[in-house]
Structure formats: structure tokens, C-alpha cells
Design a protein around this ligand. Structure first.
Ligand code: SIN
Length: 568
């Protein structure tokens, strides 16, 4: 076994490996070091430490927090009537009947302590003028936190940083803290190819990882392996996720024999800017009053839901997708808008109209988006900008308890890669950064306390190999086109069947990230085909109605040849 110098596993090894450097991985590493200062943490980042899904989060972090020092009692900047119970109710409602009430309670009750810890770690949330909560205050005029509103939240409770740069603000502060800790060994450009087990998959315990780095393939031993690898937005043609979001954690855990769950539920964000790369346009913009309009300038979301532009995310994304498919395709195509530095031209399709908010407010509240839209040739203070839904967040993932434990002893998962059940069939806006903060800290505490026993979850054995013999090579674009056409926002039984057959014929013998994407695609399509009717983000255009009664319970799967851990 080739090992990093000084990292060979030993019986009394006190080392954890954290795979992924978004908010969940950074938080896990930092809290683990605080609780167990004698333990070494090896933090692996597939790209540079600065690159993660978290960096692109704009709107903020949902949290009901008590008034801050300096905030006048009785005049909070948010909704005076807001409560943790209301945050719980909103999260459960968004989850379409499948969110796990215990996980939701843990998340929402953990928010205030999580925010407090972030502030102590150096994170500076935006403050506001209590008399005018929408307006960020001049620095130093008040200690009250600014609280924004987003879809399907019953109160303004979204904390943010730099107006619309919350993810960047978070990772910058947490990355600085990680870099300052000599007990955290940071390895960048380190791609994990395997979870090491001390026995056969399905029976073994995780004892480290195999990792490809510039200097070659190495193995790092550890008594706890934490997957914090984020999502798999690169499964689809349009995504708000960065290049590195290739489903690595789900693929690694599956091969190690872990149970996965809720994989049919993939959230599409309604508004990415319809330019190459599909950068996110935060829901907070609609929260401040922007409207989705058609080519004639008509606000059409009230055709789809009473809450109009602030309807649940899946409803809005579907409303746009349907509008685009019934009105001559999409915003994209040969005439797909201005060159990055050219002038904006009018186009058919769906736009986000933020003009009523005014240039001054937009520049102050959304400085990054103001710069981004300008970079692409749009003046969003004067004209609506073209938007298109884009794959954004996978509710499903590696099944864990609320302390991050997977069904494989010694293997943990936190953040988007995990499925605690907290999001059910549809995640509430701005609950994902919170998820990384709260469950990252809990996972760290569990590891510091000795790890505990791996949970056991009911899971159906799944034998993907039985679906056919792979015969043809594929490109990532082939896979993305197939997934977008048949397993994206609108699905049908025939489309899922066709996708399943094509995916089974693809040979995963080239790029390891593409192999991970292919495995994730097959798991997602299998889970989607197994769920009849529509529920949350899983929408069957041929069965648009939810089946009568409560939704069919959450479904879990485990590799058929590695099933012994998964089934009680
Ligand atoms: C956004 O700013 O709209 C994204 C927030 C989220 O995904 O929760």
C-alpha cells in the first residue's frame, strides 16, 4: 500500500479524512479539530480549495435567530412573528410529504447555534436598517442582521453576505480558518477513486481512501472518512453547479456498499441566466419583488400557482419549462443572445424582470448579479434578462442518520451528498448552506465521540449489471442530453425506460468523473422509474397528479452484491 508519509493507518490512529471543501467539509474539519484537537484532519479538495458548489450560493442561509446585540427588542429586522416552528413547517411543506420530521427539527433548531458559531469563526453577515429591512445599512449603523425573503418561506429569514455572495463569504472565512490550523492537512487537486475497506464491500469498515494526485495514486488511512463531495449537477445540460459536481460521493459510497435514498428527487433552480455556464440568478431577486415574464412582458406564474413568482421552487421551474416547451423551444438556440460583451437583444422566451427594483437598489442588494448580468451584456435595471431552469441540488444521496453516519462503519456523509431525509422531495430555498453547517458540526461531534454504530436502513437490493451489457462509448454531452430530455424537470414512463436502456449500454471505461456521472445517472433513472405519479421535484408529465393519499415512502437502494449492511 503506497501511503502518504506519516499517514499510515495504525490501530490507535486518530485521523479523519474529509473529502470535499464546500461548507459541509470545511465545517466538519473545523469543528472536529475544535472538539478533538489531538486528531489530525486531512482535507481533500478535487480542485483548488477555493472551488466548491458552496462558492456559487447567492441568496443565503435560512435561519431563525434571536435578536442580536444592538438590535432593538420588538423591532427585529425580520418578521416579528417568525419562529423555529414556522421554519420547520415551511421545510416540511416544501418536502411534499416526504421530509423526515426528526431531521427537519434537528436542522431548524440547530440554525441559531450554527449561525452563532459561524460568526465566532469570522463570518460577517449583512446588517440592515431595522426601519427598512430590505435596505442593507451603512456599515456600523446597526448590529441587526439583514433578513431576506425567498420562495415558500412564510417569513423573511434568509441571512446573507455581501448582498448576493453568501457562499463566497462563507467559504472565504472558513477556508481562512482551515488554512490557519496546522492540524488540518490540505491536499488540493486530489481526486478520490475509492473508499478503502478492511473487508469486502458490504461488510468492511472504511479505513481510508485511495486518491489520485499529481504525484500519482496514493492511499491515506483514517479511522473516519467523511464524504462532503456535493452534488451532481453535471448530469444535465443546464446546471448552476461547477464542473466538479460529478456525483463522486454517491458513486464512491455505492461501490463501498452504502445505502442510497431519494435519488429520483433532483431540484432544478428556476432562474439561471440563459448564457453559457448558466450562472445562478438568486431566488432572493424574486423575493425582493422581481417577476418572471413572457416575451410580451406578461407575468405568467400566477397561471401555475397562487403564490405566483414565490411558489415552491419545483412549481416555478416546471412553469418555466412548460412555458418554454409550449412557446417554440427555449431561450437558447442559434439565436441565443448577446455575446459576452455585446449588447442585449430582445428574444423569445422567459425573462426575469427586476426593473421595478431600481438601479440603486439592485446594485446595493445584488452587487455580484449586477456585475454578472453586465458582463453578459445586460442592463437588468432597464431590461428583463433571459432565464432558464438549471439543475441545482440533489435531494437524494447517501443515506445517513442525523449525525452523518452511513450504513458503512467509519464512512460518513454530510451536505448535499448525504440524504438525511431533511429535504424530502423538494428542498426549501437556502436550507442547503444550513444543512452543511448543522450536520457538518453534528458529524464532527459524532466522530470526536468515537464514531458510534453504523445505522441500518431498509433498502432494496439493486443489480445494475443485470440491466444489460455495456457496448458503446459515450461522451458527457451524450449523457447530459439523455438525462435532460428524459430524466430532468418533465419525465414520462417511456422516456425513463429509453434513458435506462441507453445508460445500460454505455461503457464506463474512460474518464473516472464520467464513470461516476454514469453510475449516478443509472441510479437516478432507476429510482425515478420506480416512483409512480408525481411528487415534489419528481414530475411525471404522463402522470401529473400525485397518487391519492400520502406519497409512497422514501425509497432506498443498495448494491445487490453488497446488500448485507443495508438491510436489517
Ligand atoms: C438562490 O439564491 O436562489 C439559491 C438558494 C438555494 O439554492 O437555496
Amino acid at each position: 500500500m503506497t501511503r502518504l508519509p506519516g499517514t499510515a493507518p495504525t490501530a490507535d490512529s486518530a485521523r479523519a479524512v474529509v473529502v470535499g471543501a464546500g461548507v459541509a467539509g470545511l465545517q466538519t474539519a473545523l469543528v472536529l479539530r475544535r472538539l478533538d484537537p489531538r486528531r489530525e484532519v486531512v482535507l481533500l479538495a478535487k480542485a483548488g480549495l477555493a472551488e466548491s458548489n458552496t462558492r456559487y450560493a447567492q441568496g443565503g442561509i435560512a435561519a431563525v435567530v434571536p435578536p442580536r446585540p444592538g438590535e432593538r427588542a420588538g423591532a427585529p429586522t425580520g418578521d416579528a412573528a417568525d419562529s423555529v416552528a414556522a421554519h420547520i413547517a415551511d421545510t416540511l411543506a416544501a418536502g411534499a410529504g416526504l421530509a423526515d420530521p426528526h431531521a427537519v427539527s434537528v436542522l431548524c433548531h440547530g440554525a441559531a447555534a450554527g449561525i452563532d458559531a459561524l460568526e465566532r469563526a469570522g463570518v460577517a453577515f449583512d446588517t440592515a436598517d431595522p426601519a427598512n429591512p430590505a435596505a442593507p445599512a451603512d456599515p456600523g449603523t446597526t448590529a441587526a442582521l439583514a433578513r431576506g425573503r425567498e420562495a415558500a418561506h412564510s417569513a423573511a429569514r434568509i441571512l446573507h453576505i455581501g448582498g448576493d455572495a453568501t457562499g463566497a463569504g462563507l467559504v472565504d472565512a472558513l477556508t481562512a480558518a482551515v488554512r490557519a490550523d496546522a492540524g488540518i492537512r490540505i491536499l488540493e487537486h486530489a481526486f478520490v477513486t475509492r473508499v478503502l475497506l478492511d473487508g469486502v464491500p458490504g461488510r468492511g469498515r472504511a479505513v481510508g481512501v485511495e486518491v489520485t494526485m499529481e504525484r500519482g495514486l496514493e492511499q491515506i488511512g483514517a479511522d473516519a472518512v467523511v464524504l462532503a463531495t456535493g452534488g451532481a449537477g453535471r448530469l444535465f445540460e443546464h446546471t448552476t453547479n461547477p464542473d466538479i459536481s460529478t456525483g463522486d460521493g454517491v458513486a464512491l459510497a455505492w461501490r463501498a456498499g452504502a445505502v442510497v435514498a431519494d435519488l429520483e428527487f433532483f431540484q432544478f433552480h428556476p432562474t439561471s441566466l440563459d448564457v453559457p455556464g448558466n450562472p445562478l440568478v438568486s431566488e432572493a431577486v424574486r423575493g425582493e419583488g422581481a417577476r418572471l415574464v413572457d416575451a410580451d412582458g406578461r407575468a405568467f406564474m400566477t397561471d401555475h400557482h397562487l403564490d405566483g413568482d414565490l411558489a415552491p421552487r419545483d412549481v416555478v421551474a416546471r412553469g418555466i419549462a412548460r412555458h418554454l416547451s409550449s412557446h417554440a423551444g427555449s431561450n437558447s438556440g442559434p439565436d441565443s443572445g448577446p455575446a459576452p460583451s455585446g449588447p442585449a437583444r430582445p428574444r423569445p422566451g422567459v425573462r426575469l424582470d427586476a426593473t421595478a427594483l431600481g438601479a440603486g437598489f439592485l446594485a446595493r442588494r445584488f452587487p455580484s448579479l449586477t456585475a454578472l448580468t453586465a458582463l453578459h451584456g445586460f442592463d437588468w435595471a432597464s431590461d428583463p434578462v433571459p432565464v432558464v431552469p438549471a439543475a441545482h441540488y440533489w435531494m437524494g444521496g447517501v443515506r445517513t442518520d442525523t449525525d452523518g453516519r452511513t450504513t458503512v462503519p467509519g464512512l460518513f456523509a454530510v451536505g448535499e451528498v448525504a440524504c438525511t431525509g431533511v429535504h424530502g422531495a423538494n428542498r426549501l430555498a437556502s436550507n442547503s448552506l444550513l444543512e452543511g453547517v448543522v450536520f457538518g458540526a453534528r458529524c464532527a461531534a459524532a466522530i470526536a465521540a468515537g464514531g458510534g454504530e453504523a445505522p441500518r436502513f431498509d433498502a432494496e437490493p439493486l443489480d445494475l449489471e443485470a440491466e444489460g451489457t455495456p457496448t458503446q462509448s459515450f461522451t458527457r454531452r451524450d449523457l447530459q442530453a439523455l438525462m435532460s430530455d428524459h430524466a430532468g424537470i418533465l419525465r414520462t414512463e417511456a422516456g425513463l425506460d429509453l434513458a435506462r436502456k441507453h445508460l445500460a449500454s454505455y461503457r464506463a471505461d474512460t474518464d473516472p468523473e464520467d464513470a461516476n456521472l454514469l453510475l449516478c445517472a443509472r441510479l437516478l433513472v432507476h429510482a425515478a422509474a420506480a416512483r409512480a405519479g408525481s411528487c415534489g421535484a419528481h414530475f411525471r408529465a404522463d402522470q401529473p397528479d400525485a397518487p391519492p393519499g400520502p406519497p409512497a415512502p422514501s425509497r432506498s437502494f443498495v448494491h445487490a452484491a453488497r446488500a448485507s449492511r443495508g438491510t436489517p
